[in-house]
Design a protein around this ligand. Structure first.
Ligand code: DC
Length: 211
């Protein structure tokens, strides 16, 4: 059983994907971490994430560890959004994601192009979204919780810029798959959003679950 979870930054897709993986007993891959790892590697090497050459170099020498806490930083997120626009970077990360999706028993993956490119034949596809204001407020609360001094207006600007970059790029843009179920979490608590995601996933004709 493969479950694809896509959506924009701070939509809650990561939390939802983790909960789905736990509920269905499946391994989970947050594919944003791969792009963040490439972005961070470029920054640490003193390179420019907007340069295809610098980004490709980092993508081809990516370590397999995705547990660096630095990957969660805003700088890594912004660099990830820039490196992910290079088709060569996407190609370099493709096999690893496809292998994860196609492992025996299935998997849950979350990102931007899981239902459209990585696992177009996924058994269930969710597109998780929320209004930019709600996503900015959530991200702001999260950053304040981490002890950072942030302003809602600046976070909202970053979210809008990230949406624009992720949706406008020509290589595998953020786009809802035609056969995905839309889950708008704007007015849902985390608990409600998870329950709705499980209900939508269970509603799908799972071949593996029905065996
Ligand atoms: O989900 P996230 O915020 O960790 O993702 C960081 C960036 O990585 C995002 O702005 C776009 C890119 N990304 C992508 O292009 N494709 C994916 N499957 C996952 C992330």
């Amino acid at each position: 059983m493969i479950i694809a979870v896509d959506g924009p930054a701070a939509s809650g897709k990561g939390t939802i994907a983790k909960a789905l993986a736990h509920h269905f007993g499946l391994p989970h891959l947050d594919t944003g971490l791969l792009y963040r790892a490439v972005g961070l590697a470029v920054l640490e090497a003193g390179g420019d994430p907007a340069s295809a050459e610098d980004a490709l170099q980092a993508a081809h020498h990516l370590s397999s560890a995705l547990d660096d806490p630095g990957l969660k930083s805003e700088a890594a997120g912004k660099a990830a959004s820039l490196v992910s626009a290079h088709p060569g970077v996407r190609a370099a990360l493709l096999d690893r994601q496809k292998r994860f999706a196609e492992q025996p028993g299935g998997a849950v993956l979350d990102g931007r192009d899981i239902g459209t490119v990585i696992a177009p034949h996924a058994d269930a596809k969710l597109f998780v979204t929320a209004s930019p204001d709600v996503r900015a407020q959530r991200r702001c609360d999260e950053l304040i919780g981490m002890g950072l001094d942030v302003h809602l207006a600046a976070v909202l600007n970053d979210i809008r810029a990230r949406d624009e970059r992720d949706s406008a790029r020509s290589a595998a843009p953020l786009k809802m798959a035609d056969d995905a179920a839309l889950l708008d979490t704007s007015h849902l608590s985390i608990k409600e959003a998870i329950a709705a995601a499980i209900a939508l996933a269970e509603d799908r004709p799972f071949t593996a679950a029905n065996d």
